[in-house]
Design a protein around this ligand. Structure first.
Ligand code: PGA
Length: 255
């Protein structure tokens, strides 16, 4: 492994799933996060915001990081129902996902808002997991690379570096569908992201930024996807709700 190659990250995005009793999933993840696995891959779990505090306490000493799924751009104020990055950090989060396609689709978030949220994450000391990815129509009309490039340029703040930024490539048509791009297609988009990162965070730091693949990652396809050049881990939705599946995906790094 070259010195520049980042430590992989497998992050679970629980989406709007989970109640207090779901802490048992985290307990099972802790139990399966063996020293051998710890040596190879970092794990993070991003539960609904209601569980960030509980799971952060449950995770103390385990080295499984806890993340949130969204944040507001402002630190505080009259924004009923919203949560600031500072609040999430205070609750124990160290990561926050921003610009997930479900936020872009259902909450009409544009690159400019995603970028402001990533700035907020950095201000609060969180690592932003910035999501990008094309829709099926965009892929079918040959626009994948231009769409992803535009999202990267619009969504990644200038203060980003390999410690406070993770990029997740999640083709919208692959999320929750069981469909995945070919290995060649994943390699092509991840190469473009690496190239853009050279412009965005500089040539020296760009190789150290983790670029995750997300969209229907499961135990049966994880090894193949994680072996692709410039894939430094996974953002896992559905399969992250079952500890054994999440651990099996991370286990792709055991070789
Ligand atoms: P999925 O979701 O693994 O269920 O396809 C991935 C995501 O939305 O992050």
């Amino acid at each position: 492994m070259s010195v520049d190659r980042p430590r992989p990250l497998v992050a679970g995005n629980w989406k709007m799933n989970g109640v207090k009793s779901s802490a048992k999933v985290l307990t099972e993840i802790h139990a399966g996060y063996t020293p051998g696995l710890k040596a190879k891959v970092e794990l993070a779990v991003c539960p609904p915001a209601t569980l960030v505090s509980l799971l952060s306490y449950a995770s103390v000493g385990s080295r499984v990081a806890i993340g949130a799924q969204d944040c507001h751009a402002k630190e505080s104020g009259a924004f009923t129902g919203d949560l600031s990055a500072e609040m999430l950090a205070d609750a124990g989060a160290t990561y926050v996902i921003v610009g997930h396609s479900e936020r872009r689709q259902y909450h009409k978030e544009r690159d400019v808002e995603v970028c402001a949220k990533a700035v907020a994450a950095h201000r609060a000391g969180l690592t932003a997991i910035v999501c990008v990815g094309e829709t099926r129509e965009e892929r079918e009309s040959g626009k994948t690379l231009s769409v992803v490039r535009k999202q990267l340029r619009g969504s990644i703040p200038v203060d980003s570096n390999s410690r406070n930024l993770v990029v997740a490539y999640e083709p919208v048509w692959a999320i929750g569908t069981g469909l995945t791009p070919t290995v060649a297609d994943v390699a092509e988009v991840h190469a473009l992201i690496r190239d853009e990162l050279r412009r965005l965070v500089g040539k020296a730091d760009a190789p150290k930024v983790r670029i995750l693949y997300g969209g229907s990652v499961k135990p049966s396809n994880a090894a193949e996807l994680m072996a692709v050049e410039n894939v430094n881990g996974a953002l896992v939705g559905g399969a992250s709700l079952v500890a054994a599946d999440f651990l099996a995906i991370a286990g792709a790094y055991l070789g």
